[in-house]
Design a protein around this ligand. Structure first.
Ligand code: NAP
Length: 221
């Protein structure tokens, strides 16, 4: 479980653990999670990933929720282009993990990646992260053809209340209230609501190359 120590990734780690799986949660910072082996790996460090996968050769599931690094948000014509480019660290982390991880997954195995609703609901100010999410979704569909019988799917979260937002107190509440205004389910989602979609995609052996929206109907409006 890459990026498995916070937010959506942490909820996925805990759900897998509670379902009886032996889970390894990886991220850059040192962390402790009850009943889970935690390791420090940067998804942009290919050598580190290779060593991790080789050590656990024959594993069943690979889930990557790592954000990769800082993301650029705001008007495109005012955007720092290095920031835009750096937002793609998420894609490269996902690509690294699938390229280096799949040779070590069991043939019945499955991969889940997380895209995001900016790729599917086009709004001003989200061009960089929407482009990254769109690339992640194209990658999933194309990779499904190449890595079968290993399955690969994606979950597209809407606005989800996770530590990704540094805001606190009233400012945080207002951010999620304003951000979900007009959505069919007008609130931020929880990490657990997103993680349960990943569990479905891991367990259902007839699903590959698809994306599940968990966004409170955000893209319908
Ligand atoms: N929250 C939302 O509203 C939302 C909406 C749409 C899409 N998403 C997507 O959902 C996924 C999870 O987001 P989240 O909100 O749960 O984020 P989060 O709470 O910030 O957690 C991100 C996790 O990724 C790890 N990580 C980041 N960069 C890494 C790297 N280079 N190498 C290894 N681990 C790394 C972090 O740990 P370390 O910092 O210790 O490395 C942390 O465990 C992301 O792909 C995000 O783009 C989220």
């Amino acid at each position: 479980m890459l990026g498995g120590t916070s937010g959506i990734g942490l909820a996925t780690t805990e759900m897998l653990r509670d379902a009886g799986a032996e889970v390894i949660a990886a991220s850059r910072r040192e962390t402790d999670i009850d009943g889970v082996e935690c390791v420090q790996v940067d998804v942009l460090d290919r050598e580190g990933l290779h060593t991790l996968f080789e050590k656990h050769h024959g594993f069943d599931y690979l889930v990557n929720a790592a954000t990769g690094g800082p993301r650029a948000i705001g008007p495109f014509l005012e955007m720092d282009l290095d920031g835009f480019q750096n937002s793609f660290a998420k894609l490269w982390g996902y690509v690294n993990s699938v390229r280096l991880g799949v040779p070590h997954i069991s043939p019945q195995g499955a991969v889940v990646l997380y895209s995001g609703y900016p790729a599917r609901k086009w709004r001003a100010g989200t061009l960089a992260i929407g482009s990254v999410g769109g690339s992640v979704e194209a990658f999933i569909r194309l990779a499904a053809n190449e890595i079968a019988p290993v399955r690969i799917n994606g979950v597209s979260p809407g606005l989800i209340d996770t530590p990704m937002s540094p805001l606190e107190g009233e400012a945080r509440e207002e951010y999620y209230r304003a951000g979900s205004q007009g959505h069919l389910i007008a609130r931020a989602g929880t990490s657990e609501e997103v993680a349960s979609a990943a569990m479905f995609l891991l367990e259902n052996e007839f699903v590959t190359g698809t994306i599940v929206d968990v966004d409170g109907g955000a893209i319908c409006t």
